[in-house]
Design a protein around this ligand. Structure first.
Ligand code: PDD
Length: 308
């Protein structure tokens, strides 16, 4: 059975799938994307992902290539055609194809849409049970990390450094204040000595993860106290537990930071509780998941932060 990709209106053999050389995504990274987990053949947090996609498109003044309901139908069809049980759907929308010129093309240029799927065996992933290591690296990205653009070169460079250091992820650190922003492809979390769950508030400095939003809901339901505020590398190293979250990482415990053990260097109880809650949610056994917020402020503002 061929693996299908969807490219601008056609379901094609993944090996043959191609886009035009003057696609603005290829030339300028002028596009946005989403990665949505598929569990038991169902999209996890589909609505919130589509809401975030709509916001990313609006922020870059790119139109929907097809209407939102049609896009949802195409995603469902990709899951069906590729017999995807567990894995992910990747979708990418670029401004379209036009002769190379930095300014947006004028005239009738249609945004380009590409969708692929990937099978994953979440049940066999040892990162959930054994935890992972991270290193800390300077965050070298632009000022609008809240937009999920395909412009990921600084993320790739830091992920590569982490990989070369034998680590799963990097905690990226704002060089101005020493505070952790997020991972290269995930959000960063700690559980303090006092047992409080801490993650950076959703501002322009991080991508507001859909998994992050669902985990905050699970924490609320499970009675895990949390606060949304920045934390430093030093605080992370003193933390009782730490983890990263994303559509493909769920709750992945971090057991070493820069080679130093977090807590006793093993997966802790809060990580286990949140992962179990997230797995239940992804399997459709819990009602409340991510809800996309109305507003994302530019920065942390007056220092007040959401807590429970
Ligand atoms: N990345 N921060 C960054 C920089 C990310 O790239 C991601 C996700 C997240 C977590 O977002 P979510 O919970 O919505 O997956 C945070 C995806 C998985 C990727 O690029 O493959």
């Amino acid at each position: 059975m061929p693996r299908y990709a969807y490219v601008n209106g056609r379901y094609v053999d993944h090996r043959e799938a191609a886009v035009h050389i003057e696609d603005r995504g290829y030339q300028f990274s002028d596009g946005v994307y989403e990665v949505v987990t598929v569990k038991d053949g169902r999209l996890v947090d589909a609505k919130a992902h589509m809401d975030r996609l709509g916001r990313s498109l609006d922020e870059l003044q790119i139109g929907w290539p097809v209407s939102r309901p049609v896009l949802e139908m195409i995603m469902a069809e990709m899951i069906r055609r590729n017999r995807l049980h567990d894995g992910l759907v990747y979708m990418q929308i670029t401004r379209g194809v036009a002769p190379r010129n930095h300014a947006f093309p004028t005239g009738d240029v249609r945004p380009a849409l590409v969708i692929t799927t990937k099978k994953m065996n979440f049940a066999k992933m040892t990162k959930f049970t054994e935890g992972v290591s991270v290193i800390t690296l300077p965050d070298q990205r632009w000022a609008r990390r809240d937009i999920k653009t395909i412009s990921l070169l600084p993320n790739c460079l830091n992920k590569q450094k982490a990989t070369e250091a034998g680590c799963y992820e990097a905690f990226q650190v704002d060089p101005k204040d020493g505070m952790v922003t997020e991972g290269t492809a995930s959000n960063a979390w700690i559980i303090t000595e006092a047992g409080e769950l801490v993650t950076r508030p959703a501002t322009h400095r991080i991508l507001n993860g859909i998994t992050r939003l669902t985990i905050l809901r699970i924490a609320e339901e499970e009675g895990v106290p949390f606060v949304e505020r920045p934390f430093s590398v030093e605080e992370a190293k003193r933390a009782r537990e730490a983890f990263v979250s994303s559509a493909t990482s769920f709750v992945t415990p971090v057991v070493r930071i820069d080679g130093e053990p977090v807590g006793d260097g093993t997966v802790g109880p809060i990580c286990r509780k949140l992962l179990a809650g997230y797995e239940e949610y992804a399997a459709g056994l819990r009602a409340r998941g991510a809800e996309w917020p109305d507003d994302i402020p530019a920065d942390e503002g007056d220092g007040t932060s959401r807590a429970a």
